[in-house]
Each structure stands twice: as C-alpha cells, then as structure tokens.
Design a protein around this ligand. Structure first.
Ligand SMILES: *[C@@H]1O[C@H](CO)[C@@H](O)[C@H](O)[C@H]1NC(C)=O
Ligand SMILES: *[C@@H]1O[C@H](CO)[C@@H](O)[C@H](O)[C@H]1NC(C)=O
Ligand SMILES: *[C@@H]1O[C@H](CO)[C@@H](O)[C@H](O)[C@H]1NC(C)=O
Ligand SMILES: *[C@@H]1O[C@H](CO)[C@@H](O)[C@H](O)[C@H]1NC(C)=O
Ligand SMILES: *[C@@H]1O[C@H](CO)[C@@H](O)[C@H](O)[C@H]1NC(C)=O
Length: 641
C-alpha cells in the first residue's frame, strides 16, 4: 500500500477526472459577468418597508418621508431566542429587552427583529465580595436590627460599586473540611471568629473577603476598587492600612493558608499556648495571618478606596458614637453609626461631582411638570447629609471637605446635556407622545398635526444640541445617548416620564438620600432626644436663563396634559393605539431612546430584585433590616425617625 497522503491525492485526482467526464468544464454562461456583479452591488434588492395598515377612518398613515437607515425588520429572518427574564411588566406595554454585544446599533429593531424589544449591553459581571457575620445566639432585638441595617448599608454600597455582596455565617464555615479540626481545639470565642471567617471564605472558593464595617468610599475608577472588580487575585493578600478588614485571593491560596496556619506549633497544644495565641490574634492582620509565615500572604500598600470603621477608629475619630457604644445605649450607638456611614457615602458622592447636580430639561418652556421627580431627587442629592457628626470625614479620607449648608453643592437646570464627569446629570426621558403633547401644548395628537407641524425627534436633538456638533445625525446622537445611559461609572441618571415612582435609588447611589430636612435655614435636630443633625433642603434650581417661568395656572395645565399623555400611551383603544404608533413612527430616534432608557432601568431593577430574593434569608437583607418593599430601602431607619 502507498503511504496515506498518496492515497488522498489519488482519491482527489479520480474525483476531478470523474467530474470532468460527466459534467464537462464549467461553461462561461454559468458564471456571473463583471456587469452583473457591479449592478447587484449598486442596486441591492431590498424589499419595501412595510408600514402596518392602521385601519383608522380619516386618519391616514403619516408620510414618513426620509426614514433613517433602519434595516427592514420585516425581512424574513429568525428572531434571536428570547432570553430568560428579559421581560418586565409595566402599565405601558411590557418592557422587553435583549442583552447583546450589538447594542450600539442605533435602532434595536435591526438586532432584536422585534418592534418592542430594546437591545441592551450585556450585564456586567459582578464579582462576589463576602463578609462574615456571626449570628449571635441571644441578643437584644434592637441590637440585632441595628446590625442588620449596618450590613444592609454594606451590601448597598458594594452593590453600587459593581460587586455582588454576600453575607456568610457559621453555616458556611461548617462546610469546610478543616472545620472539625478547629472545632476540637476549643479556641476562645474571639480567636475562633477569625478562623471561622477564613473557613467560610475558603468554603466559598476565595475571592474578596471584607469586614462588614469596611465600605467602598471612593470614585468608581479608584485603582483598588478597579483591581478588586477584575476578579483575578494572583496572590493571597491583605491591605496594610486596613488590618484584617479586606483580604483577597484565589481558592487554592486560601485553602493553602488555612492548612499552613493549622500546622503552626502553637495550635498543637491550645491550652498551654492560650496567652500566646491571644497575643497573636491582636497583632495586625489578625490570627490567621500571624500564624502564617510572612511570605505566605502579600501586603498591599496602595489602598485608599475602602473605609474601615473599626472600634479603634470610632474611638479616636467619632467620639460621640464611641460613648454610646460603650454604654447601655449600644443599639442607639449602632444606629448613629449607620447614619454616620450613610453620610460619608453621600459626602463621597458630593465630592466626586464638584460642579454639582444638573437637571437636564430640554424644551424647557412647557416641561416643568415633567421634571418634578428629577428635581426632587436632585434637591435631596445636593442637601447636606444627615449625620451625628456633620464635620467628620470618612476614615480613608481624613482631608475631605465636609458639606457646608451655606456653600452647598450646586444645583442647576440646563436645557441640554453638559457632558462632563464633574457634574451629575439627572434627566427624564419622555415618550414622544408625551413630549409632543407638552411641547406643542396639545391635548391630543393626530397624524395631520404631526405631518404639518411637528419636528421629528425633538427631544434627542435638543438634548444633544450643544454637546454634539450639528453635522451628526440623530442615529449618531442616539448611540451617544445610549453610551451615557449604560456607562460605568454613571454620571447620569435617566428616569422615564411615564413611571411615577422611582425605586432603587439607594442601590444605584449606594446610600439613602436624606428624607427629612431642617425646617429652618439653620441645621437642626429631628427631635430633642436625637443626636442627629439635619440640614435645610435646597430650593428648586434657578430657571434656565432667558426662559419665562410659566404661571401656576399653566403648570396645572401641563400636569393635566402629562396625565392625559400617560393615559394615551397606556390606552387599549384601537384608534388611540394607532395614533401612538404613528407618533412613534414619526419619531423613531426619540422612541428608541425611551425604549432603551426604560429597558435599562427595568433590567437593573430586576437584577437587583432577584439578588435580594436570593439573599433574603441571610443577614442584612432588606427584610431582616426591617425595610418593606417600596419603602425606598431603609429610609425609615435613617434620619432618626
Ligand atoms: C428568572 O427569574 C426566576 C424568578 O425570579 C428565577 O428563579 C430564575 O432563576 C431566573 N432565571 C435566570 C436565568 O436568571
Ligand atoms: C498541653 O500542655 C499542658 C500544660 O503545659 C499539659 O498538661 C498537657 O498534657 C499538654 N497536652 C498535650 C496534648 O500535649
Ligand atoms: C452611660 O449613659 C448614661 C446615660 O446616657 C450616662 O449618664 C452615663 O454617664 C454613661 N456611662 C458611661 C460610663 O459613659
Ligand atoms: C460625552 O463625552 C465623551 C468624552 O468626551 C464623548 O465620547 C461622548 O461622545 C459625549 N457624549 C455626548 C452625548 O455628548
Ligand atoms: C426628598 O426629601 C423629601 C423631604 O425633604 C422627601 O419628601 C422626598 O421623598 C425625598 N425624595 C427622594 C427621592 O428621596
């Protein structure tokens, strides 16, 4: 037999010969000519855009004129499979989305092949961060609740920074193979706590382990937080200035460390070495670290992203709270600590936006009522945070600039987007029906009006009038807008005009907005007994220069029109539905912006709700911290109410 490769060549030659014998050489006529190809490139065959028949008497389909280049959604093609949990109900038709890398396409329908589905960027992976909470056997209910609220604050702050915070307990430690061995050693309870923390962490497979009084208090891009978010920890490490508050490492390195610590000769006879072990546990890094050789765990020096509220720090910096904690008023002290931490998180946000908060209000003449929610949030964001020690700074930033009510954070209204990260922008994205009805002060819309009077895609053009040069199309503007909505870190927040209540703000910001304010221009206390200081609420922003402020009477009309627009979009009536559809067809870019913003926020809410559901049995859940759904995440407990 000839070798293998000759066999293959022989087969090939036979095949070619047979083909030539039976079919002959390819004829010239069967090949496309150069002209054929050139013609096909010049005039691609695209079926006509099909405009759905509206079946409405006296209401013909608007002349759509020059449509932006939306690939035809009706070309036969398979729709991408519907992803699990990609729908959220809403009174204005279901909110549907598709998470896909092609989200930068200006129009979702060309990717999702569905008129209602918005294409969103894939969800960012959230690395897990663990904390260990030793559930006490018997404890005053008040103290337990206060602890749950502190853990909730911890969870929220890390969630807002892009992590998935999870609270571990002895139940996880007990699953670790080394648990029984440590259990038999009969270590003292304080010493044991540190070991249990490590065992629980080892059982979860490594990652980041943090103390629940260690919270991120820095900008999103802070090098340390960015490093932790990368979810790759080449070496088991701790952070120098944080004692034993933050560790990170991979599963194998954590398990190795636990095994090595175990072989330390001090643990051979715990009774004999009791004092030495207690001494060791008090040294920097905690017991496990000090049972290891120093080469086993790296020490990271760059670390200003996390604020750790250890007892030592509290005693030296926040004396008011330390006094409460060292007395029968322990629960009260913890409550003050929750408020202090919240105020520091809020302060961090304020410092990161030195130019203040802007309410983006394109087409300002008739949209005052549209901006109520955005203005409400903006005012609370710029208010000085409620705190037991207003002049204090977070432990990791001793040189901070405390909030000063006399020189409060700027709050302004702007007719277009000011695109800078030094300013936090809150906007409201209206449905095109809403904005057309408000802007043209019309109670009802119809296609005649649209064709003869209405400018297309009013809102997106106005919003980006200054920040994007004139030459760009609305498709370009749309993509830029989507980038802003989906950006991390986000320096903007987009509400949809048709949803009345806004939830989740505390999880988006990572802290509670102040819910009560001083009734006088001076800081005051919510009650005689309270140790908290509350500040006056900033007034609404100054109206945009050159804009005539409408009378109360007109604003009432706006409110009414807004209500009607909400009804119209919700309407199940056939005629109304076709009008809304015509408005959407006339304003493709504005409709897309609305769809995108609302799907983005619905998915964000769903992601969070699902996580809360998974975690509800564990310490620090909203349920355990006494937060009822819809209550705005713990507001009841802050502000000393
Ligand atoms: C979808 O949601 C349900 C209920 O919240 C949940 O049980 C399920 O795991 C989710 N599926 C995915 C893929 O997230
Ligand atoms: C541990 O040390 C104590 C006192 O030094 C001694 O009495 C005891 O026998 C030792 N136990 C073991 C298991 O070596
Ligand atoms: C404990 O608190 C009470 C009342 O709040 C106060 O009178 C007392 O001096 C405090 N004791 C200590 C040791 O601080
Ligand atoms: C905002 O600024 C960034 C960076 O300068 C730019 O890439 C982006 O296009 C701008 N977006 C808008 C909507 O102006
Ligand atoms: C803002 O604060 C006021 C009271 O000062 C409160 O009624 C309102 O609910 C707060 N809004 C938000 C969004 O937190």
């Amino acid at each position: 037999m000839p070798p293998r490769r000759f066999q293959a060549i022989v087969v090939l030659v036979v095949f070619v010969l047979l083909n030539l014998t039976f079919y002959g050489l390819p004829s010239r006529e069967s090949l496309p000519t150069y002209e054929d190809v050139a013609d096909a490139v010049k005039h691609p065959h695209v079926p006509d855009l099909h405009v759905p028949d509206l079946h409405v008497p006296d209401l013909h389909v608007p002349d759509l004129g020059e449509l932006p280049t939306v690939p035809n959604p009706f070309r036969p093609a398979h729709k991408p499979p519907i992803q699990p949990n990609s729908t959220s109900s809403s009174s204005y038709r279901a909110i549907e989305w598709l998470s896909d890398f092609k989200w930068r396409n200006p129009f979702s329908s060309s990717v999702a092949l569905d008129q209602n589905r918005a294409v969103l960027p894939p969800l960012r992976e959230r690395p897990l961060i663990y904390t260990y909470y030793n559930v006490p056997k018997k404890q005053d209910a008040k103290i337990s609740e206060a602890e749950h609220r502190l853990i909730l604050a911890w969870r929220r702050a890390w969630w807002a920074q892009g992590f998935k915070p999870q609270v571990l307990s002895r139940a996880e430690a007990m699953q670790h193979p080394q648990y029984q061995l440590f259990q038999r050693m009969k270590l003292g309870s304080e010493v044991e706590l540190e070991i249990m923390r490590w065992l629980a962490w080892g059982h979860m497979g490594g990652g980041v382990l943090a103390n629940w009084l260690a919270l991120p208090m820095a900008e999103y891009e802070n090098p340390m937080l960015a490093f932790l978010r990368r979810n790759e920890y080449p070496k088991l490490s701790r952070i120098q200035s944080l004692d034993n508050a933050v560790f990170f490492g991979e599963r194998s390195s954590v398990d190795d460390a636990i095994k090595k610590a175990m072989t330390n000769k001090l643990l051979k006879n715990v009774t004999a070495n009791k004092d030495k072990i207690t001494q060791l546990a008090k040294k920097e890094g905690g017991l496990v670290v000090n049972l290891l050789a120093s080469k086993d765990i790296a020490v990271d020096a760059k670390a200003n992203g996390v604020a750790s509220y250890t007892m030592t720090t509290i005693t030296s910096k926040y004396k008011t709270i330390a006094d409460k904690l060292s007395n029968t008023t322990y629960a009260e002290g913890l409550d003050l600590l929750v408020n202090l931490i919240n105020s520091h998180l809020h302060l961090t946000f304020q410092e990161q936006h030195p130019e203040g908060v802007a309410v983006a209000k394109p087409l300002p003449e008739h949209t005052t009522a549209l901006m109520y929610e955005a203005t409400d949030i903006a005012r609370n964001l710029t208010q000085c945070p409620t705190s037991p020690i207003p002049k204090s700074c977070p432990p990791n930033r001793p040189k901070c600039k405390p909030c000063d009510a006399n020189k409060a954070m700027k709050l302004l209204e702007s007719p277009e987007l000011v695109n800078t990260t030094k300013l936090f922008t809150i906007g409201t994205v209206p449905h095109p029906y809403t904005i057309n009805s408000l802007h043209y002060t019309r109670d009802t819309l119809d296609s005649n009006f649209l064709r003869n009077n209405a400018k297309r895609d009013l809102w997106i053009w106005e919003l980006t009038r200054e920040s994007i040069p004139k030459k760009h199309t609305e498709s370009y503007r749309l993509v830029q807008f989507k980038e802003l909505v989906a950006a991390a870190p986000a320096h903007t927040l987009w509400l949809t005009a048709e949803r009345i209540t806004q939830q989740d703000l505390d999880w988006i910001f990572g802290f509670n907005l102040p819910q009560i304010a001083s009734t006088t221009p001076e800081p005051s206390s919510p009650s005689d007994k309270s140790e908290l200081i509350i500040f006056p609420r900033p007034g609404p922003p100054e109206p945009i220069e050159g804009q005539v402020v409408p009378d109360e009477k007109w604003i009432k009309k706006e409110e009414e029109r807004l209500r009607r627009a909400r009804e119209a979009i919700k309407s199940k009536d056939k005629v109304m539905k076709s009008v809304v559809q015509a408005v959407e067809q006339w304003n493709l870019a504005d409709t897309e912006a609305w769809k995108f913003a609302r799907a983005y926020s619905a998915r964000r809410r769903m992601e969070r709700k699902k996580w809360e559901e998974d975690e509800q049995k564990f310490a620090g859940s909203e349920k355990k911290a006494g937060v009822r759904p819809g209550e705005g995440g713990g507001g009841r407990w802050l502000d000393g109410r």
